[in-house]
Design a protein around this ligand. Structure first.
Ligand code: GLU
Length: 316
């Protein structure tokens, strides 16, 4: 029997969604619905300091407003990462058994210790961490000093390759090019790369569609899923919207493009039509519903280059 494709929306409630998030979600929806698959809405609220109830409430409203539905997930609390700690702890213990994690006390680790997905321009990993090579004595001395360490994943020192369905072949030596990433922060919060891999595996996700800013994380996530005994999903990344040429991807700081403003000023069909035109799905900017876009949807029409939105000024 053929497997039903399973995709997911996995937003982090650390701000209101913006047009770039909506484009990635629209493409995730079209990708799965055009295959007759199921969609999961998972809440990536790992970082308690950055997740706000108002943002959480707005996520589901925004998706419904846009016309993107899902089959299972939030508000069922089983789909919130903050409630899934036991699963991450189990996976962490398995990595520990295999000698794949080590404690890290360095201050750089603390700077990089955000639990959520890497923000634009923020390194997700830490090449050449000195804690990876501590002797047992040095480690014991640090443990005795009482400060709790973060935990890092020992990245494989070999080329990991992955074929992204939209961007093609990606080959990375994880250890040399990207280095080790934090999987558990010093405060015990499990971090993005571990949680996302465990969730995609546990939820049976077979297709990951998201913004291209996470393309570089895909080989590691795919490797982690295999290391934990699963079959990795197919990855298909979407182009990013940028605030102007050379400006980098939109971020949640760009208030003018947040759904809060868009929902006041635009109709959902106008926004969907605009997104479809911007990413290449439609030749003209006409209102459309997501369902209407299903007709003739193919990734071949979707641009690969990032899409700059002229006239948007970053509010910093
Ligand atoms: N939670 C991440 C974000 O909002 C996305 C993670 C993923 O799709 O893997 O950027």
């Amino acid at each position: 029997m053929e497997q039903v494709p399973v995709g997911r929306f996995a937003p982090s409630p650390s701000g209101y969604l913006h047009m770039g998030n909506l484009l990635a979600m629209l493409l995730a929806w079209l990708d799965i619905r055009s295959r007759g698959g199921r969609l999961i809405f998972r809440l990536e609220d790992l970082d308690p300091a950055r997740s706000k109830p108002a943002y959480i409430r707005a996520l589901a409203e925004d998706l419904r407003w846009l016309g993107l539905d899902w089959d299972e997930g939030w508000p069922d609390p089983a789909y919130a990462q903050s409630r899934r700690t036991e699963l991450y702890a189990e996976a962490f213990a398995r990595l520990e058994e295999q000698g794949l994690v080590y404690p890290c006390w360095c201050s750089r680790a603390q700077r990089l210790a955000a639990a959520s997905a890497p923000a634009p321009g923020e390194p997700a990993h830490d090449p050449a961490c000195p804690c990876a090579r501590l002797s047992r004595k040095e480690r014991q001395a640090l443990e005795a000093a009482g400060r709790r360490p973060a935990w890092k994943l020992r990245a494989p020192d070999r080329v990991l390759s992955l074929t992204d369905e939209h961007y093609g072949l990606l080959c990375q030596n994880q250890a040399r090019e990207l280095g080790d990433c934090i999987v558990r922060r010093a405060d015990g919060v499990y971090a993005y790369q571990l949680a996302v891999s465990v969730d995609d595996l546990d939820m049976g996700v077979t297709r990951v569609v998201r913004g291209r800013d996470l393309l570089n994380s895909a080989p590691l996530q795919s490797w982690l899923i295999r290391t934990l005994g699963g079959t990795p999903p197919a990855y298909c990344h979407a182009p990013l919207l940028t605030a102007g040429p050379g400006e980098g991807k939109l971020s949640k700081r760009l208030g003018s493009l947040s759904t809060q403003v868009l929902r006041r000023e635009t109709r959902p069909e106008a926004l969907v039509g605009r997104l479809a035109w911007l990413c290449g799905l439609r030749e003209t900017e006409e209102p459309a519903t997501p369902r209407e876009l299903l007709d003739g949807f193919t990734w071949e029409k979707v641009r690969r280059e990032d899409i700059s939105l002229p006239g948007q000024v970053s509010s910093g």
